[in-house]
Ligand binder design. Sequence first.
Ligand code: ZN
Length: 290
Amino acid sequence: MSPAPASKNEVIPQALLTLIRAGRCPHAVLLTGGDEKGRKKTASAVAGALVCENRENAPCGKCRACAKIKAGTHPDISVFAGTEKAHTVGINIIREGILSSLYIAPNEAMRKVYVLPDADGMTREAQNAFLKTLEEPPPFVSFVLAADGKQKLLSTVLSRCTAFELGEKEQREGAERDIAAALAIALSTGSEFALVDSAAALQKNRLLVKKTAVFLQSILRDAAAADVNAPCLSGCDREAMLLGKAFTMTQITQCMSVLREICAYADKNANENLLMSVLTARLADVMKMK
Ligand SMILES: [Zn+2]
């Protein structure tokens, strides 16, 4: 399984892409940060990846769904932008645009995706009208919300969405953070496919393998301390929390020793591809322990 070209996927955060490809994308995704144009593009890319026919390689850019997305004619993706000037999203958009069609099954994709590129422009009434649906949409519905920040969104809306931060911050912190976060999510979902898919980014880069193994250890440390409310040191709060819930302490300890071993192999100039397969195989073994 080879990773899709970076140019096509670089806009979707790796952790989110991993979830989509594993078929475990949260039903309401909130994209924050980055610049407005990039954020809106990412929101469309996420919607596209959700309806792509080649889920394990989404967005493949080749299937019928991807072609329609490119042409802007996919019938199962609905975009509700705010008003032109103030980007306001009123209650009518929520009622007439979303709620009225919510239970109608998708036309041709497995899912229907509603995109709100100006989610922070939702009025208070609009957000309140949206709450119940956001919490429990029909199983074939996904929401992709994009917002400059979280300040204008009600805490009740925020708590129903899974947020992903975009933009420079993530890139500056380096690829190892993205990959380690994606691996942590893959481990917590128990998906071996997601694990292999996330690790594919480490191909042919021994230094990155080591850096990622080190970063993943700090996420695991946070996961081990998650239930005692210790401060999160890795900055990957959500990943640590998910991992802390999914893994026993023995599994966390096992993972740590696998990663320490990988670092030692990397220092001894082990072959990169061998390193990567040992890493995924050993982590997969830990994942299956209960
Ligand atoms: Zn596709």
